[in-house]
Each structure stands twice: as structure tokens, then as C-alpha cells.
Write a protein that binds this ligand. Structure first.
Ligand code: SDX
Length: 394
């Protein structure tokens, strides 16, 4: 120990809070949003309905859903000045870097809703964040591509509008494929919330001081971008492309078991799930549906993914460590089939998770007994000692 503060990762990982939003049973592989199993919500609900459920605690009536949808739609456009913020980035900036920057910049725009401790101010920030993050994500892509920014189309559904803003150009009509929009909507539901993961804990801790919600969500985006968290879907596709052929799968499985090298199977393992991540099973089904719709069933990467899952699930190391596919394992293949570039995979994860971050941020600040977050540490540095003049050192 040379005076550096170190901490016990296990201790940090156990810091916890109480919440009524999402329930996970990692051993049983269960995930419930406000008590509803994720499988049922993905099958029967749409993302706007699930967003209402996460934020307000109940599934909306038709009237409540219509009012909520209207409340979101009226905020989908970005302030024209914000478009200048995009132009401060290099064209080849990663969309997540642009999203962090532009979302953070929005904290300078809405002086009518700066009080995070006021419930009405929180509600308008919730609408603005849910409405504007898809526009920011799609505009980050357009900026990357050197194409004109597409305005949101408020008559379209949430996922439909995002695909429109991503792929439409002024040169010709663009009609969103409803099967693909429904698949994306389902994926957004799967990614909406996941209790106290790294990025949600980031938003909660930043927001606990009453900080501006746009700045807090930008911090959450920064955490999600990490390759061990939301950046894993991009890493999964790169790994499948590196494997290249089912015959090379055993080589990669062996590499992932070798504790002397940092390589891990991307899309596998989870701090909480010691069983199949229920989202991965729904994602695999969405994969089949999209590949069927696009006649891409012989997609080589999908074949490698299916075979890799089969081999890993039969391997005694993975069984002993309880390593199963997680939500990121199949999402990259679906996004790629939807024509979404790998650099946008985490941006879509961030779009969905913005609703979870907002719901958890709002829940925290609605608590009458709320106090600023202050994680404690276990000090494992050197004991007290006296100063040594520089000519006496060495
Ligand atoms: C997400 O927290 C959330 O809820 C996150 C998330 C959400 O919705 O917000 O679910 C989204 O981030 C999903 C995870 C995406 N990341 C990846 O797919 C990257 C690959 N996975 C690993 O890096 C890892 O599994 C983590 C980061 C996800 C979890 O890491 P942990 O908490 O260290 O895993 P663990 O403690 O359960 O690991 C147990 C053992 C360890 O070995 P030992 O130290 O005991 O010898 O299994 C090993 C790990 O090294 N291990 C793996 C592995 N994942 C864990 N070995 C090989 N390949 C892997 N993928």
C-alpha cells in the first residue's frame, strides 16, 4: 500500500436502496416491472404503456395512455439552438459521446423546470427526457452520416418515429416496416429498467443532490456506454464477427475460461442472474421474428450465436459459474438486421433505459424522507504517519 485509497469492490457492489419499480430474482431468472412479468409486457404491451407503468406505478387506462402519449409527443422536437451543439463534435464522434454531450447541454435550456424537488417540475422533465432522447439519438446518427437531420413525426408510434428519424431522407418517401417497428418496441420494453444497475445507480446518486435531471441522465448514459454494461451489445457483435465460423466457437469458449486473460464471452454472465436472463429468451424470439420478416434466417452471425449459446450452456465451467446469455447477447443481431449500425446499439439501449432512469430518479425524490446519497468506504490504506521533508526522503 503506497498511500493510495483502495476499496473492497465486493463492499461497493453491495451498497443498496429500496424501490417499488422493478423486481429481479436472479436465481429463478425472474424480472417484473411493477409486479408484471417482463414476458407478458413484451408480448402484450407497447413501450409507451410500459413507460407509464414504470413512472406512475399502474398500467394506464385508454384515456391516461392518450394523455401521456400527447404529453410526450409535444416535446419530441429539439430547441433549434441544440442543433448547433451537434455541430461542435467531429463527424466521426461515437453517438454515445454525442448523446452524453447533447443531453447534458439540455440542462442549460429548461429554466421552467429546474427544481428537482418539485413534483410538477419532475413530471415535465420526465416527458422532455422520454421525448427528446430518441430525437437526440437519431440526430447523432444523422450527424455521423452527414445527412440532414430528420424531424420527429408525432403521428407515428414511439419506435416507428425513431426508425423514421434514423432512416428517412428528404429525397424520397420513407415508410417504416410495422413488423420491424414492433420488434424495436419490444426491445425497448426489455431494456427499460433493471433495478439498481450501474447506470441507474449513477443517475440516482447524481440526482440525490437535486441536480438537473438532464445532467444526471447524461451521467447515466456515460456509465451505460461501458463495455461491461450497455456497451456489451456492440462488443457481442464484434466477438461473433471475430469467431467468424461455428468451428471456431470452442477456441473462444476456452479463451473465456482462461482466468489469466481478460477475454470474456460478451453477452454472457450477469451480477444478478445466475439463471437465464428472461430478457435474452424474449430477445432470441424477436431475433427469429425479424430475421423471418427480412428472409435472413441464414444469417451467419445468428447461427454462430445459437451454436455458441448451446455449447456454453453445456460447458461445466459456465454451468459452475452460472453464466447464461444476458439481454445483450441477441440484441446486436436484431439491431444489425434492422439496419442499425453497431455504434448505435448502446444509443438505443440508452433511449429505452432513460425511462427507467427517470422512473427511479422520480421515485427517489418523491420520498419524503429523501437524503443525499453518500456511499461509505472501507479504508484499506496506510495508518497515520508524520510528514517527511523532501530532503529526508528516498
Ligand atoms: C448489462 O446490472 C445490470 O442489471 C446490467 C444490465 C442492465 O439491464 O442494466 O443487465 C445490462 O450490463 C448486461 C451485462 C452485459 N455485459 C456483458 O455481457 C459483458 C460480459 N459479461 C461479464 O463482463 C460479466 O458477466 C458482467 C460484467 C456482466 C458481470 O460481471 P461480474 O459481476 O464480475 O460477474 P460474476 O461476479 O457473476 O462473475 C462470476 C465469475 C467470475 O469469475 P471468478 O472471478 O469467480 O473466477 O464468472 C466470470 C467472472 O470472471 N465471468 C465470466 C463472464 N462473466 C463472468 N467468464 C467468462 N465470460 C463471461 N462473460
Amino acid at each position: 500500500q503506497h498511500g493510495y485509497l483502495t476499496y473492497d469492490p465486493g463492499f461497493m457492489a453491495t451498497a443498496s436502496c429500496s424501490s417499488q419499480i422493478t423486481y429481479i430474482d436472479g436465481d429463478e431468472g425472474l424480472l417484473y416491472y411493477r409486479g408484471y412479468p417482463i414476458e407478458q409486457l413484451a408480448e402484450h404491451a407497447d413501450f409507451v404503456e410500459v413507460s407509464y407503468l414504470l413512472i406512475f406505478g399502474e398500467l394506464p387506462t385508454p384515456e391516461q395512455k392518450q394523455a401521456f402519449e400527447h404529453g410526450v409527443r409535444r416535446h419530441t422536437m429539439l430547441h433549434d439552438q441544440v442543433n448547433n451543439v451537434f455541430r461542435g463534435f467531429r463527424r466521426d464522434a461515437h453517438p454515445m459521446a454525442v448523446m452524453v454531450g447533447v443531453t447534458g447541454a439540455l440542462s442549460a435550456f429548461y429554466h421552467d423546470a429546474m427544481d428537482a424537488f418539485d413534483v410538477h417540475s419532475r413530471e415535465i422533465s420526465a416527458y422532455r427526457l422520454m421525448a427528446k432522447v430518441p430525437t437526440i439519438a437519431a440526430t447523432s446518427y444523422k450527424y455521423n452520416m452527414g445527412q440532414p437531420f430528420a424531424y420527429p413525426q408525432n403521428h407515428l408510434g414511439y419506435a416507428e418515429n425513431f426508425l423514421y428519424m434514423m432512416f428517412s431522407t428528404p429525397c424520397e418517401p420513407y415508410v417504416v416496416n410495422p413488423v420491424l417497428a414492433r420488434a424495436l418496441d419490444k426491445i425497448l420494453i426489455l431494456h427499460a429498467d433493471h433495478e439498481q444497475n450501474a447506470s441507474t445507480s449513477t443517475v440516482r446518486l447524481a440526482g440525490s443532490s437535486g441536480a438537473n435531471p438532464f445532467a444526471c441522465v447524461a451521467a447515466g448514459m456515460a456509465s451505460l456506454w461501458g463495455p461491461l454494461h450497455g456497451g456489451a451489445n456492440e462488443a457481442v457483435l464484434k466477438m461473433l464477427e471475430e469467431i467468424g465460423d461455428v468451428s471456431r466457437i470452442p477456441e473462444f469458449v476456452e479463451r473465456a475460461k482462461d482466468r489469466t486473460n481478460p477475454f470474456r464471452l460478451m453477452g454472457f454472465g450477469h451480477r444478478i442472474y445466475k439463471n437465464m436472463d428472461p430478457r435474452a429468451a424474449v430477445m432470441r424470439q424477436a431475433c427469429h421474428e425479424v430475421l423471418d420478416e427480412l428472409n435472413l434466417n441464414d444469417d451467419p452471425l445468428f447461427k454462430i450465436a445459437i451454436e455458441l449459446e448451446k455449447i456454453a450452456l453445456q460447458d461445466e465451467y459456465f454451468i459452475a459459474k452460472k453464466l447464461y446469455p444476458n439481454v445483450d447477447f441477441y440484441s446486436g443481431i436484431v439491431f444489425r438486421a434492422l439496419g442499425i449500425p453497431t455504434t448505435m446499439f448502446t444509443a438505443i439501449f440508452a433511449m429505452a433505459r432513460t425511462v427507467g432512469w427517470v422512473a427511479q430518479w422520480n421515485e427517489m425524490l418523491s420520498d419524503k424522507g429523501h437524503r443525499i446519497g453518500r456511499p461509505r468506504q472501507q479504508y484499506t490504506g496506510v495508518a497515520r504517519r508524520d510528514y517527511v521533508p523532501i530532503d529526508k526522503r528516498g
